[in-house]
Ligand binder design. Sequence first.
Ligand code: CO
Length: 146
Amino acid sequence: MKLGRLNHIGVATPSIADSIIFYRDVMGATQISEPFDLPDQGVKVCFVDTPTADGALNGTQIELVEPLPGNTSIAGFLEKNPAGGQHHLCYEVPDIHVAKAEFEAMGKRVLGDPRIGAHGTLIFFVHPKDMGGILTEIMETPKGDH
Ligand code: CO
Protein backbone atom coordinates (compact mmCIF):
# COMPACT_ATOMS: atom_id res chain seq x y z
CA MET A 1 0.00 0.00 0.00
CA LYS A 2 1.41 3.39 -1.03
CA LEU A 3 0.03 5.97 1.40
CA GLY A 4 -0.64 9.36 -0.14
CA ARG A 5 -1.71 12.58 1.50
CA LEU A 6 -4.70 12.89 3.79
CA ASN A 7 -7.13 14.40 1.29
CA HIS A 8 -10.09 15.03 3.57
CA ILE A 9 -11.86 14.21 6.78
CA GLY A 10 -15.50 13.33 6.27
CA VAL A 11 -17.85 14.95 8.77
CA ALA A 12 -21.50 13.94 8.85
CA THR A 13 -23.90 16.74 9.61
CA PRO A 14 -27.67 17.08 9.82
CA SER A 15 -27.36 20.49 8.12
CA ILE A 16 -24.60 21.54 5.75
CA ALA A 17 -25.98 25.08 5.91
CA ASP A 18 -25.48 25.19 9.68
CA SER A 19 -22.05 23.56 9.40
CA ILE A 20 -20.91 26.17 6.86
CA ILE A 21 -21.79 28.89 9.36
CA PHE A 22 -19.80 27.03 12.04
CA TYR A 23 -16.67 26.58 9.90
CA ARG A 24 -16.84 30.18 8.69
CA ASP A 25 -17.66 31.99 11.94
CA VAL A 26 -16.08 29.76 14.60
CA MET A 27 -13.17 28.19 12.71
CA GLY A 28 -12.40 31.10 10.38
CA ALA A 29 -12.60 29.16 7.14
CA THR A 30 -12.38 31.47 4.14
CA GLN A 31 -12.78 29.00 1.28
CA ILE A 32 -15.91 26.86 1.33
CA SER A 33 -17.35 25.24 -1.80
CA GLU A 34 -20.96 25.45 -2.87
CA PRO A 35 -22.78 22.34 -1.60
CA PHE A 36 -23.64 19.86 -4.33
CA ASP A 37 -25.55 16.58 -4.56
CA LEU A 38 -23.94 13.21 -5.21
CA PRO A 39 -27.14 11.30 -5.99
CA ASP A 40 -25.33 8.00 -6.62
CA GLN A 41 -24.12 8.05 -3.03
CA GLY A 42 -27.28 9.58 -1.59
CA VAL A 43 -25.52 12.57 -0.11
CA LYS A 44 -25.08 16.30 -0.39
CA VAL A 45 -21.45 17.37 0.14
CA CYS A 46 -19.48 20.55 0.63
CA PHE A 47 -15.73 21.08 1.02
CA VAL A 48 -14.07 23.39 3.53
CA ASP A 49 -10.46 24.13 2.59
CA THR A 50 -7.76 24.37 5.22
CA PRO A 51 -4.48 26.13 4.54
CA THR A 52 -1.10 24.47 4.25
CA ALA A 53 1.83 25.70 6.34
CA ASP A 54 2.66 28.32 3.70
CA GLY A 55 -0.89 29.67 3.76
CA ALA A 56 -2.05 28.23 0.43
CA LEU A 57 -5.63 27.00 0.60
CA ASN A 58 -4.96 23.52 -0.77
CA GLY A 59 -4.42 21.59 2.43
CA THR A 60 -6.52 18.78 3.81
CA GLN A 61 -10.22 19.47 3.41
CA ILE A 62 -13.21 18.89 5.64
CA GLU A 63 -15.91 17.13 3.64
CA LEU A 64 -19.32 17.97 5.05
CA VAL A 65 -21.78 15.18 4.30
CA GLU A 66 -25.56 15.49 4.68
CA PRO A 67 -27.89 12.64 3.76
CA LEU A 68 -30.30 13.04 0.85
CA PRO A 69 -33.81 11.57 1.25
CA GLY A 70 -33.61 7.77 1.14
CA ASN A 71 -30.03 7.62 2.35
CA THR A 72 -29.54 4.99 5.03
CA SER A 73 -25.86 4.95 5.98
CA ILE A 74 -25.37 8.63 6.83
CA ALA A 75 -28.88 8.84 8.23
CA GLY A 76 -28.07 5.88 10.49
CA PHE A 77 -24.88 7.57 11.63
CA LEU A 78 -26.85 10.71 12.49
CA GLU A 79 -29.36 8.67 14.46
CA LYS A 80 -26.50 7.60 16.73
CA ASN A 81 -24.80 11.01 16.55
CA PRO A 82 -27.60 13.57 16.22
CA ALA A 83 -25.24 16.56 16.24
CA GLY A 84 -23.10 14.99 13.52
CA GLY A 85 -19.46 14.01 13.87
CA GLN A 86 -16.37 12.55 12.29
CA HIS A 87 -17.46 9.95 9.76
CA HIS A 88 -14.44 8.88 7.67
CA LEU A 89 -10.87 9.66 6.66
CA CYS A 90 -9.81 9.82 3.02
CA TYR A 91 -6.28 9.09 1.82
CA GLU A 92 -4.98 9.53 -1.70
CA VAL A 93 -3.26 6.76 -3.64
CA PRO A 94 -1.59 6.90 -7.05
CA ASP A 95 -3.60 3.99 -8.52
CA ILE A 96 -7.03 3.04 -7.20
CA HIS A 97 -7.10 -0.45 -8.72
CA VAL A 98 -3.67 -1.36 -7.35
CA ALA A 99 -4.74 -0.10 -3.92
CA LYS A 100 -7.96 -2.14 -4.02
CA ALA A 101 -6.06 -5.31 -4.90
CA GLU A 102 -3.56 -4.66 -2.11
CA PHE A 103 -6.24 -4.12 0.52
CA GLU A 104 -8.06 -7.26 -0.58
CA ALA A 105 -4.83 -9.26 -0.51
CA MET A 106 -4.46 -8.16 3.12
CA GLY A 107 -7.97 -9.42 3.87
CA LYS A 108 -9.52 -5.97 4.21
CA ARG A 109 -13.16 -5.66 3.21
CA VAL A 110 -13.44 -3.21 0.32
CA LEU A 111 -17.02 -1.94 0.13
CA GLY A 112 -18.05 -2.11 -3.51
CA ASP A 113 -16.24 -1.35 -6.73
CA PRO A 114 -14.31 1.88 -7.30
CA ARG A 115 -16.72 4.66 -8.26
CA ILE A 116 -16.51 8.35 -9.00
CA GLY A 117 -16.33 10.35 -5.78
CA ALA A 118 -16.87 13.97 -4.87
CA HIS A 119 -13.57 15.08 -6.45
CA GLY A 120 -14.34 13.41 -9.77
CA THR A 121 -11.79 10.65 -9.30
CA LEU A 122 -12.31 7.00 -8.39
CA ILE A 123 -12.82 6.11 -4.74
CA PHE A 124 -13.72 3.14 -2.59
CA PHE A 125 -14.34 2.61 1.10
CA VAL A 126 -12.79 0.01 3.41
CA HIS A 127 -14.78 -1.47 6.30
CA PRO A 128 -14.04 0.23 9.62
CA LYS A 129 -13.78 -3.11 11.43
CA ASP A 130 -10.73 -3.90 9.28
CA MET A 131 -9.24 -0.41 9.69
CA GLY A 132 -8.86 0.16 13.41
CA GLY A 133 -12.44 1.35 13.76
CA ILE A 134 -12.21 4.05 11.09
CA LEU A 135 -14.28 4.00 7.93
CA THR A 136 -11.55 4.68 5.38
CA GLU A 137 -12.00 6.19 1.93
CA ILE A 138 -9.28 5.60 -0.63
CA MET A 139 -9.16 8.08 -3.50
CA GLU A 140 -7.03 8.22 -6.61
CA THR A 141 -5.00 11.43 -6.66
CA PRO A 142 -6.52 13.83 -9.20
CA LYS A 143 -4.39 14.01 -12.34
CA GLY A 144 -2.39 17.19 -12.51
CA ASP A 145 -2.72 17.74 -8.76
CA HIS A 146 0.39 18.42 -6.72
CO1 CO B 1 -15.13 11.43 1.59
